[in-house]
Ligand binder design. Structure first.
Ligand SMILES: Cc1cc2nc3c(=O)[nH]c(=O)nc-3n(C[C@H](O)[C@H](O)[C@H](O)COP(=O)(O)O)c2cc1C
Length: 171
């Protein structure tokens, strides 16, 4: 997607993570973790960019903010497997997305990255799983995108109807 070049500023970024931080989680375990960088030419930003898969590496490096989302897969209190760790991280990212939206920012999630590389580059502990990478910023001009990406950006957005997502006896 096409992002505006302008950086977001530390205060804006921290308010995104503040919203994420307040998500509900199973037993208040708060398993979400984040690696993030502004597009500032830093070593950290370069490492994040190095984790993107081809395709995403065309547009996502231009975003003012790149995030690697991570979840702790074991419970802090006893080290047992944490079956809801992904759900909890998703709720945190939902909060971040709502906050971003209220600030006029767009959030683009990506599964297209190399988790093993991310684990290595950021020295993640064995029970910390990279889940997505996320690009955040203001909408830019899609004219700057390669043809295929521009068509996708300008295409009508679609979703399944409610009747397809209800199971059981739902009306
Ligand atoms: C978990 C997840 C992974 C995604 N991975 C990618 C990705 O690697 N690259 C990409 O361009 N978009 C990715 N997307 C964006 C989806 O393709 C997009 O949200 C979906 O097609 C619906 O489009 P819309 O949100 O613009 O309506 C991902 C979205 C989610 C939630």
């Amino acid at each position: 997607m096409a992002f505006d070049e302008g950086l977001l500023g530390q205060e804006a970024i921290l308010s995104l993570f503040e919203a994420a931080r307040w998500a509900a989680s199973a037993s208040n375990g708060q398993p979400w973790r984040f690696v993030w960088s502004q597009r500032d030419g830093s070593e950290l930003h370069k490492r994040l960019v190095a984790c993107l898969k081809p395709g995403n590496d065309v547009w996502a490096p231009k975003a003012p903010l790149l995030i690697l989302t991570v979840t702790r897969t074991t419970r802090e209190r006893d080290g047992a497997p944490h079956p809801w760790a992904l759900y909890d991280l998703g709720l945190a990212m939902g909060n971040l997305t709502a906050q971003a939206s209220s600030m006029g920012l767009l959030v683009h999630n990506m599964a297209g990255f190399f988790p093993e590389k991310a684990k290595e580059l950021f020295s993640l502990p064995a029970d910390h799983e990279p889940v997505t990478m996320v690009a955040v910023g203001r909408l830019g001009d899609p004219e700057g995108l390669p043809e295929k990406l521009r068509a996708r950006e300008l295409a009508e957005r679609t979703r399944k109807p409610l009747s397809e997502i209800f199971l059981g006896q739902s009306p």
